[in-house]
Design a protein around this ligand. Structure first.
Ligand code: NAD
Length: 544
């Protein structure tokens, strides 16, 4: 472009730069100043009208993947408008840019691929990861969401197609809590795939080899973490959708060394704790009064149980006693100390009592206030189990958390009907409101989106050096506080998604205070932490 420089891009360059592009919202004066006259249709529109145009276009499509693609193309063309659209109606757009639609987008990634976004770090570039990361145009990256694509949602190994997840998740950090997009970087560590359908697909875009394991894998991840630290010392790394066999050791390896967390493990636990805290508001009880029984003793179950135990300990219970209040039941029955098949991470929750073989017997023996389903097996919360819970508790807490909907341990309608409308219900996947005997119930969804964007915003604003369990407990408390009495009256125990930005900024403020209190911030503590968060939050407003 004649006369253009990086500091003074031409009008045409502005139209092609998603961060500078305003499309038809360029004013008459800007069109004259930048040489845009003739390059745009004459009408000058306000951003509100541009948002309305996209609403109308998307509402007319009857296919969610097409809606996803329209939004993806908009993100590539005009970033401000993309976020203005998302933030104008989060309840409509979050399920399109993230779950469930992003799952289909990841499955079809190679078939719908359009433009480069984020970074692909293949195993074949080992030894050169720092060089590759240096190709990213932004020099101050603060937030990386990274996956190796092995366990994408409930869809399994999608290899390099997993890139849809870091991209979608980072869009939520921005849209739901205001983390500025220019500081965010989506990454795929391509260590191969064991998905034979992908390996045989001529369109597949990742490395055509099976996954590496063991020392080769660990060294590759080590190199990635070291390269990020060297290039972007203030960056938080969020691990996403790794298979359990890698997720747990990766978190253990880095959590005390760098600023990092795993949302599948820690965000899930945070959102479940928030649900229990809000449910306690309905029952007028304390967290330490609760007795929880988990159906499923895997990574989700033990992760939630541990965070709830730590939160109970923060309220004065001895940690061993707190863990006894979080009982787990798996495929082989109640976790009891006489069992010889328990993994190390399960042992702290083993009960000192004789074995119990069925879940309904466990409910009758332990008399829990809450049951949480994390078994990934549908319909295990039977009529008999929910009736037993309703006989023990005036307001039984019933959380079937398994995803997707087809795996849910029970439906919202079953929980309300079988408990005569007394259940306090939240699920992993959404259920529609239920009407029983003229009473309206709104089921809550234990969606991690209440936790992770706010966590990201707090870390970004404070430049936190570490991510601690206390930060997740604080986030959960702050989410639970956001639920209004009116929400609670309809049984809703999470804030509505339509209020997500407001709720997240409040949660971020509380987490930021926790970061300052524990000496983990790298910025000076301001008098008003809430003002710091709001000042740093991204707003979808065109640059001057
Ligand atoms: P996992 O494979 O690690 O654990 C599954 C557990 O269920 C195991 O302990 C297994 O023994 C037990 N189990 C299986 N069949 C059983 C049966 N018939 N009776 C009793 N126990 C049985 O899986 P995970 O990663 O812990 O995930 C479990 C579920 O939790 C998934 O459906 C996942 O979608 C869901 N989850 C939800 C959220 C959320 O809603 N925010 C977050 C994370 C995970």
């Amino acid at each position: 472009m004649r006369g253009a420089t990086a500091a003074h891009p031409t009008g045409y360059e502005r139209l092609r730069n998603p961060r500078l592009n305003k499309g038809t919202a360029f004013t008459e004066a800007e069109r004259r100043a930048y040489g845009l006259e003739g390059l745009l249709p004459p009408a000058v529109t306000k951003i509100e009208l541009q948002v309305a145009r996209r609403h109308a276009e998307i509402a007319n499509l009857d296919n969610d993947l097409l809606k996803y693609l329209v939004l993806t193309d908009l993100q590539a063309r005009n970033e401000t408008l993309f976020y203005a659209v998302l933030m104008s109606d989060p309840a409509t757009y979050l399920p399109l840019v993230y779950t469930p639609t992003v799952g289909e987008a990841c499955q079809k990634f190679a078939h719908i691929y359009r433009e480069a976004r984020g970074m692909y770090l293949p195993l074949t570039a080992r030894g050169r990861l720092r060089e590759l990361l240096g190709h990213w145009p932004e020099k101050d990256v603060r937030f990386i969401v990274v996956t190796d694509g092995e366990r994408i949602l409930g869809l399994g190994d999608l290899g390099a197609g997993g890139m849809g997840i870091p991209i979608g998740k980072l869009a939520l950090y921005t849209a739901c809590a205001g983390v500025p997009p220019q500081y965010c970087l989506p990454v795929v560590l391509d260590v191969g795939t064991n998905n034979t359908v992908l390996l045989e697909d001529p369109f597949y875009l990742g490395l055509r080899q099976n996954r590496v394991r063991g020392a080769e894998y660990t060294e590759f991840v080590d190199e990635f973490v070291a390269a990020v630290q060297a290039l972007y010392p203030k960056c938080c790394i969020q691990w996403e959708d790794f298979a359990n066999l890698n997720a747990v050791p990766i978190l253990a390896r880095y959590r005390d060394k760098v600023c990092t967390y795993n949302d599948d493990i820690q965000g899930t636990a945070g959102v479940a704790l928030a649900g229990i805290l809000a449910a306690s508001r309905i029952t007028g009880t304390k967290l330490t009064d609760q007795r929880l029984l988990f159906l499923g003793g895997g990574s989700a179950g033990t992760g939630i149980a541990e965070l709830i135990s730590l939160a109970m300990a923060r309220e004065g219970l001895d940690i061993a006693e707190a863990r006894q209040r979080n009982a787990l039941f798996d495929i082989n029955g109640l976790l009891v100390s006489s069992r010889t098949d328990l993994a190390d991470f399960q042992k702290p929750f083993a009960q000192d009592r004789p074995p119990i073989g069925t879940f309904v017997e466990a409910v009758k023996a332990l008399r829990p206030t809450a049951i949480i389903g994390v078994s990934a097996v549908p319909k295990l919360f039977t009529h008999e189990i929910i009736e037993a819970m309703a006989a023990i508790n005036e307001r039984p807490i019933i959380f079937p958390y398994s995803n997707p909907t087809s795996r849910s341990e029970c439906s919202a309608e079953e929980a309300y009907r079988w408990s005569e409308g007394r259940a306090i219900f939240a699920s992993g996947s959404p259920f529609l409101p239920v009407e029983i005997a003229g009473k309206h119930f709104v089921p809550g969804q234990g969606n991690n989106v209440y936790i992770f964007p706010a966590m990201g915003m707090a870390i970004f604003a404070t430049e936190a050096t570490r991510v601690t369990e206390d930060m997740f407990i604080t986030a959960a408390q702050a989410v639970a506080e956001q639920v209004t009495e009116a929400d609670l009256a309809t049984g809703l125990i999470y804030p509505p998604q339509s209020r997500i930005l407001e709720a997240s900024l409040h949660v971020a403020e509380r987490v930021a205070i926790e970061i300052f209190d524990s000496g983990l911030a790298r910025v000076t503590r301001p008098d008003d932490v809430g003002a710091l968060i709001r000042a740093k939050a991204y707003k979808p407003v065109y640059p001057e």
